[in-house]
Design a protein around this ligand. Structure first.
Ligand SMILES: Nc1ncnc2c1ncn2[C@@H]1O[C@H](COP(=O)(O)OP(=O)(O)OP(=O)(O)O)[C@@H](O)[C@H]1O
Ligand SMILES: [Mg+2]
Length: 507
């Protein structure tokens, strides 16, 4: 018999086209040889084992597709042998064959991993049909798993190409891709590596270890709440709650009952007593956002909590004690409010024990770039998109825009752009509102933000325009005022594109 079994010890016999490799395990010589020669006629390659030990050795050394297993062997119980065979080669399909079909537990065998069964004396065509069916199914499975492998490979290759594309694009002009941000261990949620944000985080580290109240100031969307949370997290109050309250969203009476709670019957609708947020925050931190929106009457009560640690529920005359730390935030100037008389000076000083000012995003260009990339990657994950970065035009405009809504505005704009954009990059068309916003809120750039020649040119234009405006376009008067020769003045004004047509006396 010319076998071509794949041998596990690495020796492969010569391979001819085979319909499959079969091992016949039976203690009857006659049955083994009859089955073998019958199946060989159909192109199968067959090996034989007369007992369990021989079968295990064969299966250990070769890879078979199908085993035909007689369950009554001199040395092995059929079920045990089935389990052992499956342990060695889990993909081996086993057809059980027994002469005692009435009392054999076929279902148990199928449960244990047998593929099919046949009763002895068996008809050879029936055996052949079963082997054929098993092989067909095996081949289909192999095809499917090959397809799966191919798909897996395509996926890996695509990822590889995309990675390559990113680094190629990264090296090209015209596209801006920011390097991944390093995540700090103590502030994993905060993105940014500008000096300004580093110094804010330095203050957070310092103040978190103290008992001091903190006032966080900064324009809307700069991350005041984001900074308040780690002050609590890094403090010794961390195992107690952090309770945020938006003071600007509630009327004075509502805010009072929300914060301090109320007794039953304290006001219409107060059918039950209610714990306030001060009580909820016991042992922890109360974060009062938009503190500048509170009324002086409410501020008195808050001052009492800060100074005495005492407060009263609405509708109660009993004093309660509070052990809380207060962090307040505002995007308006409390100093101005104190001047105007809308914010109590004593409360201001109490809150302002430690001040953290979060600079606007336009003063943190590094952070702006890192945050843009960070929001791009987050949105790509959320919307399953493969974008790598921004076109240089977009970044150039990002850097000229004033971002009045700061990080929140950036996050919204980038998220919307990711939805609109076609890979690989975000283009100007994907940020449709940017140009308009840029016109309305350009950055007030300092002179030193520009290259000298650009700044000088701007100055000259302004100067010549101003002189011509003051002299109502009279060149002789302009020459006298500027102490520049009349001809030279005219020439320079022409070069700068300045005409004495628009007269503004204010300039
Ligand atoms: N450095 C940062 N890194 C990551 N996300 C940030 C950063 N700064 C702000 N954000 C995000 O920007 C959004 C606005 O932040 P936050 O609510 O803390 O701002 P705020 O100053 O409290 O705003 P408001 O004045 O409107 O109350 C949040 O989604 C926040 O996670
Ligand atoms: Mg806030």
């Amino acid at each position: 018999m010319g076998y071509n079994f794949t041998q596990k010890n690495g020796i492969m016999s010569s391979k001819t086209e085979s319909k499959g490799c079969i091992v016949i395990i039976d203690d009857y010589d006659h049955i083994r040889t009859t089955f073998a020669s019958y199946l060989e006629n159909f192109g199968y390659q067959v090996k034989m084992a007369k007992d369990g030990s021989e079968a295990l050795t064969l299966v250990d050394q070769n890879i078979f597709d199908v085993a035909i297993l007689d369950v009554c062997l001199p040395d092995y119980n059929g079920m045990d042998l089935l389990n052992e065979l499956k342990k060695i080669q889990p993909t081996l399909e086993i057809i059980i064959c027994t002469g005692h079909s009435e009392d054999y537990d076929f279902f148990g065998a199928i449960k244990a991993g047998a593929t099919d069964w046949i009763a002895k004396p068996c008809k050879l065509p029936e055996l052949h049909a079963k082997v054929e069916r098993v092989r067909r199914e095996q081949k289909q499975l192999q095809k499917l798993s090959k397809k799966n492998c191919e798909l897996e490979q395509i996926k890996t290759e695509t990822e590889h190409v995309l990675k390559g594309m990113r680094s190629v694009i990264q090296n090209q002009d015209g596209v801006h891709i920011q390097k991944r941000t390093k995540i700090r261990t103590d502030f994993p949620e905060i993105i940014g590596d500008s000096e300004k944000i580093e110094s804010v985080l330095g203050l957070v580290r310092l103040v978190s270890k103290t008992k001091s109240s903190v006032l966080i100031t900064g324009e809307s969307g700069t991350g005041k709440e984001l900074i308040a949370r780690p002050i609590h997290r890094l403090s010794n109050r961390t195992s107690f709650p952090f309770v945020p309250v938006n003071c600007g969203a509630l009327t004075e009476t509502l805010l009072e009952s929300e914060l301090f709670g109320h007794e039953r019957g304290a006001f219409t609708g107060a059918s039950m007593e209610k714990r306030g947020l001060v009580e909820e925050a016991e042992g922890g931190t109360l974060f009062l956002d938009e503190i500048g929106e509170t009324t002086p009457q409410f501020q008195v009560k808050l001052l009492r909590v800060l100074q005495e640690g005492e407060y009263r529920r609405v509708g109660s005359s009993k004093c309660k004690h509070a052990d809380i730390r207060i962090i307040a935030a505002t995007n308006v100037s409390l100093e101005d409010n104190v001047q105007k008389g809308t914010f109590r000076e004593d409360l201001y000083y109490r809150l302002n024990q430690f001040r953290i000012m979060i600079p606007p995003l336009r003063e943190r260009n590094n952070d702006l770039l890192l945050l843009s990339q960070y929001f791009l990657e987050s949105a790509c994950t959320e919307f399953s998109k493969e974008l790598v970065g921004f076109s240089s035009e977009v970044i150039e405009k990002f850097l000229r825009y004033a971002w009045p809504g700061n990080v929140r505005e950036l996050e919204n704009m980038v998220t919307q752009a990711v939805i609109l954009a076609t890979p690989p990059t975000i283009e100007l068309g994907d940020v449709p509102t940017l140009i308009d916003r840029l016109h309305r809120h350009p950055r007030k750039t300092r002179l030193s933000d520009k290259p000298f020649n650009e700044a000088k040119n701007e100055f000259e234009i302004k100067y010549f325009q101003n002189v011509l405006d003051r002299t109502k376009g009279n060149l002789s008067a302009a020459s006298r005022l500027s102490k520049i020769d009349r001809k030279q003045f005219r020439e320079k004004a022409r070069k700068l594109g300045v005409h004495g047509t628009s007269y503004s006396q204010q300039m």
